[in-house]
Design a protein around this ligand. Structure first.
Ligand code: PGA
Length: 260
């Protein structure tokens, strides 16, 4: 079963709702002009919460074939949780995906593996596909090797997840995020293969076969093709380079501009 590649743009705290309109339109027309809205690659955008309604309306009105996702969600459904956003609200806005456990959330907001696991459950409960982020710091890589931290993080995140659940895993080495210090394709492959093995051990061979495992960390149009050649890398979670429409379009078109 071939896995459809997923190229996901994590905007982080960039682009307000007006800038979002201009960006999404430009990305759509750039891809359309290039004949690259053929479904061979799934494109997903993850705007800040305040943009989601606007982007949803635009995607709907112009029949733009991008999936929509949020960058986080609450573990709770509703109630006295000031500043939190429920998965139910995201689903109402046609979000298909939600990023969970990004290293910036783990680092700046103290999200533990247990919180990440609770958020995965919340996402599944509301019919959202969690994009579970894992990855090691440079120190951890030196201490315990390339795969141990990611394997441990994913193992906890998958506790209680049913074997038929749809989810995505993103391997994002902390030392490669926003640093320009990109992992080598071989390094990405090694960890992505280990993560697929965790899925196989926990949820079975079918789940491992159909689940997409992404690489993230300083992905650009110049290096995407080398990652996509690796058998266990099914796409990319892109930060900085997802904010420039031409550059993100070139990443999505990796098959065309560099033969894979
Ligand atoms: P980057 O971010 O592409 O800017 O390195 C990736 C991410 O944090 O998802």
């Amino acid at each position: 079963m071939a896995r459809t590649p997923l190229i996901a743009g994590n905007w982080k705290m960039n682009l307000d709702h007006l800038q979002a309109v201009a960006f999404v339109q430009k990305l759509h027309w750039t891809l359309k002009d290039a004949g690259h809205e053929d479904g061979s690659v799934e494109v997903a955008v993850f705007p800040p919460f305040t943009d989601i309604r606007t982007v949803q309306t635009l995607i709907d009105a112009d029949k733009i074939p991008f999936a929509l996702g949020a960058q986080d969600l609450s573990t709770k459904d509703a109630g006295a949780y000031t500043g939190e956003i429920s998965g139910a609200f995201l689903k109402k806005l046609d979000c298909g995906y939600v990023i969970i456990g990004h290293s910036e959330r783990r680092d700046y907001h103290g999200e533990t593996d247990e919180i990440v696991a609770a958020k995965v459950q919340a996402a599944l409960k509301h019919g959202l596909v969690p994009v579970i982020c894992v990855g090691e710091t440079l120190e951890q890589r030196e201490e315990s090797g390339p795969t141990a931290v990611s394997v441990a993080q994913l193992t906890v995140a998958l506790e209680g997840v049913p074997a038929d659940a749809e989810f995505v895993v993103a391997y994002e080495p902390v030392w490669a995020i926003g640093t320009g210090q990109v992992a080598s394709p071989e390094q990405a492959q090694e960890v992505c293969a280990a993560l697929r093995a965790v899925i196989a051990d926990t949820l079975g061979a079918d789940a491992a076969e159909r689940t997409r495992v992404l690489y993230g960390g300083s992905v650009k149009s110049g290096n995407i093709a080398s990652f996509m050649r690796e058998p266990d890398v099914d796409g990319a979670l892109v930060g900085g380079a997802s904010l420039v429409a031409e550059e993100f379009a070139a990443i999505i078109r990796y098959q065309k501009h560099v033969g894979v």
